[in-house]
Design a protein around this ligand. Structure first.
Ligand SMILES: [Fe+2]
Length: 354
């Protein structure tokens, strides 16, 4: 299969959707190519192959200490069948059966798209994680699954206010002296910054963070890579702690996403560092309780399936960028524009130097 036929299958999908409901936006329709996805935690890649899925495309991952210097390999087929099935390999591996891979930040990044375009410089920069992935504590890596496509799950995360009511029992309510939202973007990323003064102290900061004050300030930056769904988040609580984290929303299928989270609160006190990643087990079901019924609405034929608000600026920008990328890809343009630079250092953007 050539790149052209990849593009054709995209527009077939769009045409099929257009026939049923031309005016409804649906988060399930995006299949953006030429991107690096952190498909698996590096430590889980062993001689026994593990399968992951990106947009219904299989990725078998393994490593053999005696081959390729022990580097992680990713193939379209189980490695035992690779020799026999190689002739059926698709354009995603250029007919070789093997995907381009890079190990970085504790993940194996695999390329989804035309392998000739797989440039490691396009891997998102994550300034707070060790590049070689060494010394990332295992308990800081957690997996969550959502009954929603990757864009819908990302949209929920971008939504500023959802935490105030959905996660009020852990992250805190919406009471504060002031609450400012800023949004900036490139052709590939949306960055949303929320600056809250004198917010009620987050319950987790009281339980396990040792914060005794009544109020705290919060500066939370969320940096979203639109094409891949990799989201990089830097919340800073004062008094309190930094909770830098990566949530890569892997687009498994049209109604399912998988997130291999790294929550790297490495500068926080011991108890907080140990416990905070486990709070995810409280938070993620709360998020799924919202996105799952949303997904059902998009599938069912109802009056109005999409209830998005145009006043949600970062969310609206995210959708707009998704649509622009999809439009360019429908026209056969898979390139990254000059303003994008997914690999540029974002430590300043995240406010790590403040
Ligand atoms: Fe949430």
């Amino acid at each position: 299969m050539t790149q052209l036929s990849l593009a054709a299958s995209n527009s077939d999908l769009a045409a099929e959707e257009g026939k049923t409901r031309p005016r409804d936006w649906s988060p399930a329709n995006y299949d953006l190519r030429d991107a690096w996805f952190p498909v698996i935690f590096s430590r889980l890649v062993t001689p026994t192959p593990t399968r992951r899925i990106i947009h219904s495309q299989p990725y078998y991952l393994w490593r053999d200490p005696s081959q390729h210097g022990g580097r992680a390999q990713a193939a379209e087929f189980h490695p035992e069948l690779l020799g026999r099935l190689r002739a059926q390999a698709s354009a995603f591996t250029g007919g070789s059966g093997i995907y381009p891979t890079v190990e970085r930040y504790g993940y194996v990044w695999a390329w989804y798209g035309n392998p000739d375009h797989a440039n490691p410089e396009l891997i998102p920069n994550i300034p707070f994680l060790p590049v070689d992935g060494k010394n990332i504590p295992v308990h800081m890596q957690r997996t969550a699954r959502f009954d929603a496509s990757s864009p819908l799950s990302v949209e929920n995360l971008i939504d500023l206010t959802h935490a105030d009511f959905l996660h009020a029992d852990t992250i805190g309510d919406g009471l504060s002296a002031s609450d400012i939202v800023e949004c900036e973007w490139t052709s590939e990323t949306v960055t949303r910054t929320r600056i809250v003064a004198q917010k009620s102290v987050a319950p987790v900061m009281r339980w396990i963070g040792g914060v005794r004050a009544k109020y705290q300030d919060l500066r939370a930056v969320l940096h979203v890579h639109v094409r891949s769904g990799v989201t990089i988040s830097y919340p800073r609580f004062r008094p309190g702690h930094d909770i830098p984290n990566v949530q890569p929303f892997l687009p498994v299928g049209r109604f399912r996403s998988r997130v291999d989270v790294t929550q790297y609160a490495i500068t926080a006190p011991f108890i907080f560092r140990m416990m905070m990643p486990r709070i995810a087990y409280l938070i993620q079901p709360q998020d799924n309780s919202v996105v799952r019924p949303q997904t059902e609405r998009y599938i069912d034929d109802g009056e109005r399936r999409d209830l998005h608000s145009r006043f949600d600026k970062p969310g609206f920008r995210y959708r707009h960028l998704l649509e622009q990328l999809a439009e360019r890809q429908r026209n056969g343009d898979y390139s990254y524009l000059n303003d994008a630079e997914p690999g540029r250092d974002i430590s300043q953007l995240l406010g790590m130097d403040r």
